[in-house]
Design a protein around this ligand. Structure first.
Ligand code: GLN
Length: 282
């Protein structure tokens, strides 16, 4: 029997909840809209409508993937960040709402004049494109180790018609010339310890380990970015990094020991330590 939209959604929500999804209502609605290529309002407007047979097949295929735990963002290939619809792929981290806090704090530190800004480990280009879209007078460079990620970020840039960003591939600062300097450097680097049990739960199981896990209790990449950042920050420039909620003190310690000033930690929307920053006085 071909179920109408409301009954189909109800059934899907039950299946997703049983499979352990933490957001069964949103998951079901997003996947159904993707299968029938309609906005969310359609589901509320036409609850009694039945679908074309091919649309049921398409929805079943999307549901089957979600029921194995695959993140919705990878299934539909898209996630919104800072109101920008971004393409995502399994070789990039899925942008998180908490990372919008890093964008807010960075916007606060970008000087009023036109300047250069760098985003390390850019992935989908989420942070770089959010900053470039807010400040059309600055130039944002995004770097990712993986060429596929840099290419995806570039495709997102072109798709969103954001002219003032560019993407490069290489390890941290390596694609840059030695004397290239920036007013602000931001990064959401890998910072999870390899033994953290949370790596075996939810969406992170499907995300690239290279974007999540760092040696030295998750601090190894933060240390490299901070150390080498001193060469690539202009005098008075700011470094801002996202980190785990228990890493604030350790990251402040790293920045202090490297000679950064005005070192401070800011909290995410849940009130947890999430971003630490420091000023390089040159
Ligand atoms: N905040 C992400 C998580 O805990 C991890 C992001 C990262 O490692 N940069 O799921």
């Amino acid at each position: 029997m071909l179920l109408p939209i409301d009954a189909l959604l109800k059934q899907a929500i039950e299946q997703l909840a049983e499979a352990g999804s933490e957001s069964p209502h949103i998951d079901a609605a997003v996947l159904l809209c993707h299968a029938i290529d309609k906005p969310r309002s359609y589901l509320l407007t036409w609850p009694e409508k039945t679908l074309e047979p091919a649309q049921y097949t398409a929805f079943d295929a999307l549901m089957a993937r979600r029921l194995t735990g695959e993140p919705v963002a990878y299934i539909i290939g898209e996630r919104e960040f800072w109101s920008l619809p971004l393409k995502v792929a399994p070789h990039t981290l899925i942008p998180r709402p908490d990372t919008e806090r890093l964008v807010e704090l960075a916007l606060d530190k970008i000087p009023a004049n036109a300047c250069d800004v760098l985003d390390l480990g850019t992935g989908t280009g989420a942070i770089a494109l959010a900053l470039a879209s807010e400040r059309r007078d600055i130039m944002v460079s995004g770097i990712d180790l993986r060429p596929e990620a840099a290419a995806l970020a570039e495709a997102n840039r072109a798709n969103l018609h954001i002219p003032n960003a560019r993407f490069l591939s290489g390890s941290w600062y390596s694609p840059l010339a030695d004397d290239e300097q920036f007013a602000v450097i931001v990064s959401n680097p890998p910072y999870i310890d390899e033994h953290d049990p949370h790596l075996a739960q939810g969406d992170v199981r499907f995300e690239p380990k290279s974007a999540l896990v760092a040696k030295d209790n998750g601090l190894a990449d933060i240390r490299v970015i901070s150390e080498q950042g001193r060469k690539h920050l202009s005098a008075g420039g700011w470094l801002l990094m996202e980190h785990g909620f228990e890493q604030g003190e350790a990251v402040r310690e790293i920045l202090h020991s490297l000679g950064y000033a005005e070192v401070a930690t800011a909290q995410d929307y849940a009130g947890l330590d999430r971003v630490t920053m420091g000023c390089w006085q040159g």
